[in-house]
Design a binder for this molecule. Sequence first.
Ligand SMILES: C[S@@+](CC[C@H](N)C(=O)[O-])C[C@H]1O[C@@H](n2cnc3c(N)ncnc32)[C@H](O)[C@@H]1O
Length: 528
Amino acid sequence: MTEGSARGSRGDGGPRGSGEPGRSTGSGGQGGQGGHRRRDDQGRERNRGGQRKFSGAAPSQRTRRADPARLVAFEVLRAVAADDAYANLVLPASIRKHRLDRRDAAFATELTYGALRGQGTYDAVLARCVDRPLDQLDPAVLDALRIGVHQLLGMRVPAHAALDQTVALVRAVIGAGPSSLVNAVLRKVSARDLQGWIDVLVGGLTDPVRIASLTHSHPEWIVRAFRQALVAHGRDVSELEALLAADNAAPMVHLVALPGLGTLEQVLDDGAEPGRVAPDSAYYSGGDISRLPGIGTGTIRVQDSGSQLVARALAAVELGTDGRDSADRPERWLDLCAGPGGKSALLSALGQDAGVHLVANEPVPHRAQLVRQALRPLPEASWTVRVGDGREAGRNEPEEYDRVLVDAPCTGLGALRRRPEARWRRRPADLVELAPLQRDLLTAALDAVAPGGVVAYVTCSPHHAETDVVVDDCLRGRPEFERLDAGAALDAVSIGGALDAGHGASAQLWPHIHGTDAMYLALLRKTA
Ligand SMILES: C[S@@+](CC[C@H](N)C(=O)[O-])C[C@H]1O[C@@H](n2cnc3c(N)ncnc32)[C@H](O)[C@@H]1O
């Protein structure tokens, strides 16, 4: 597991002056002696001077005041576990509530996301250090332990600080009772580094899936699915390690400037890097994006480069001429599953010069409202947002559209790096539940597309059951559809023009190869 190795390491710079604005002092840490921690702009925590020993004071005698950044991480983990909350929604609110400065916010973010992503490996380590099954622990204590373990193994926070501060957190928010247990367990954990623990966990194992699962903190069924998808798309199975590791690295925020509307100049001046695969894109890791120019007006949007590429591929791919009357009229495009509107906005911007009218369909009213917001920078006459069930599009509007995007509801297994808790929440049963909807939506799109028109079937998941299997099922008995080379279509709209996303019946983007979410694309053209 690579979590935190870059962002969470310590000790690569000198100590800062104690009067520095925004420095978090915490309280009573380091054995209740009032020791200060310092964090740099990335939230890395540093030693004040050399390694210190663990506190001599009994856990029950130590401070009860929790470091606010750790408190934030704890609150988010609790909300995720107890309320099924999404970390990326709860975290910013908790950071605001506790008024963390930029450094503490970075530390809290790394601690929260790292503890969530690493949970599989960390729980396996904890199981070796706790004298009872983990499900017999108070869930709040288990979350506090995970926070402690990530500091020790994923962030390389000095061991004494990780222990003392986690014990302080437990005393403050749970009570003095479990503090001795937490102290004792974390001491045991601190005896090895991450690799040392992984060696212990996988020692004697032979099943490569189990080994990869423990090493890279993914559920085994997901490891198996990734392995199968790599092979299905002609990649070497040895890439699995890199793919899993990519899910554990904190991803950069990807930005897109809507063509004809936004410019990235200022964002790049502000420290963003130019995107490497999608045109008019950038990568940003400088924190709060809301202050970036263009974000407020919606002309620059947060969107993974993979999502950008699949939308661009659909917009650019050649239509068939047979039976189409598009020479006489502007094209009509349909985004069948549009909420929250990221691809709708890019599609509409891409279609402006050709006078395209985009219908963005979304059944959930509040998500449809987000689509309207996303489309706000585009001329109102060029788009329609509709609240409706996409499954009815084929019956209600047969052969109406020239290009149809089916960005299907899916497990999201291709975006695990951006949704730290998702891998533990998803179940194989979700695939079964989503399967009929995915098929119905694609079938509706096949019916709604005009002769010569193209349907893009897209998922942010590489799982075979919701990608190629769905497309194969829906195309059975539909000889009027031809599969286009989706890899070539992606190449044609990418920077450099050679993405290596596969040139078979479908294309697959990968985090470890393309730096994108694992987006799947199939392009299906209706012949006359
Ligand atoms: C993967 S998301 C789409 C993301 C969107 N294309 C974007 O880029 O912002 C799938 C969407 O499908 C919607 N959905 C669920 N059931 C649907 C249905 N029966 N018809 C159409 N859309 C549906 C969900 O509400 C969700 O907004």
